[in-house]
Design a protein around this ligand. Structure first.
Ligand SMILES: [Zn+2]
Length: 127
């Protein structure tokens, strides 16, 4: 007898964006402005009036980063509302630059985090 193989359906992927409180605090700390300084897209609206913004975790979850406002910045997420867009996507597509700018961190002890572009180049981390 053949044992039937049941396909277990995966639970729908949850895209957690943190608690409403943490998001509100992040927005308030930023005064509604996009904080992706150095990695704004050309059409960044600057502030979140009628635009899609998200709370981005500087130290991401896979690196143990939490949804704590101290670990979050307020960034423009593009016009579509789908996935990461705008300055938020720019941060994730330019990881090394984002790290020296302090917008992204590989763990809480990332030696490149926030060192600045000049030092990043000097040390050969950036081209
Ligand atoms: Zn921006």
């Amino acid at each position: 007898m053949i044992t039937p193989r049941f396909k277990t359906s995966k639970p729908p992927r949850q895209r957690s964006t943190g608690t409403a409180e943490a998001r509100t605090a992040t927005r308030r700390n930023a005064r509604g402005r996009c904080q992706a300084d150095g990695l704004h897209v050309d059409d960044c609206p600057g502030s979140d009036l009628d635009e899609a913004f998200v709370a981005h975790r500087v130290n991401p979850g896979r690196q143990g980063g939490t949804y704590d406002p101290a670990n979050m910045i307020w960034v423009y997420n593009g016009g579509t509302g789908l996935g990461a867009g705008g300055c938020h996507q720019n941060i994730h597509s330019n990881g090394r630059l984002a790290r020296v700018l302090g917008l992204l961190s590989e763990g809480s002890d990332d030696p490149w985090h926030g060192i600045g572009i000049d030092l990043g180049r000097q040390e050969g981390f950036l081209q």
